[in-house]
Design a protein around this ligand. Structure first.
Ligand code: ADP
Ligand code: MG
Length: 143
């Protein structure tokens, strides 16, 4: 499925819709260049899950946990990961195979440990269509 957005709010709203429908145990991977809108999308997912506190990229930690929503929400940003060992250290499999919702920014960097069943989201720019245009490709999700 491909969705096109023309401003940040539309990407946020798409995330929100996905957050509203998210199910326990789902793992969402999020790929795309720096500044493409991964965190904007994630903030929408958080709102859709009913999380009121602000969601920002966990820059100094790999994972940020939110327990106040409809389901536990585990937001990973693995951009700065040096070694896959760091994922072992935080006990990632408890999250990936747990009953919350996982969302992983820069998931391509930890490809070898991703579960087989995941929902993949890729966000891309196309400058010919404007600065704020984004093409969002989602696979593995039934709407
Ligand atoms: P990432 O997490 O991928 O590095 P961010 O979500 O932090 O990126 O930042 C995306 C930036 O792009 C924000 O400043 C946002 O306002 C801007 N932006 C412009 N158009 C869009 C769009 N269509 N979707 C998402 N973000 C957009
Ligand atoms: Mg980000």
């Amino acid at each position: 499925m491909i969705i096109e957005t023309y401003n940040a709010n539309e990407t946020f709203k798409l995330g929100e819709e996905i957050g509203r429908k998210a199910l326990p145990g789902q793992v969402y991977t999020l790929n795309g260049d720096l500044g493409v809108g991964k965190t904007v999308f994630t903030q929408g997912v958080g709102k859709g899950l009913g999380i009121m506190e602000p969601i920002n990229s966990p820059t100094f930690t790999i994972i940020q946990e939110y327990e106040e929503g409809r389901l536990p929400f585990y937001h990973f940003d693995v951009y700065r990961i040096g070694d896959i060992e760091e994922m072992e250290e935080i006990g990632y499999d408890d999250y990936f195979f747990g009953q919350g919702v996982c969302l992983i920014e820069w998931a391509e960097l930890i490809e070898e440990i991703l579960p087989p069943d995941l929902i993949s989201i890729t966000i891309e720019k196309d400058l010919e269509k404007g600065f704020d245009y984004r093409k969002i490709t989602i696979t593995g999700l039934e709407f």
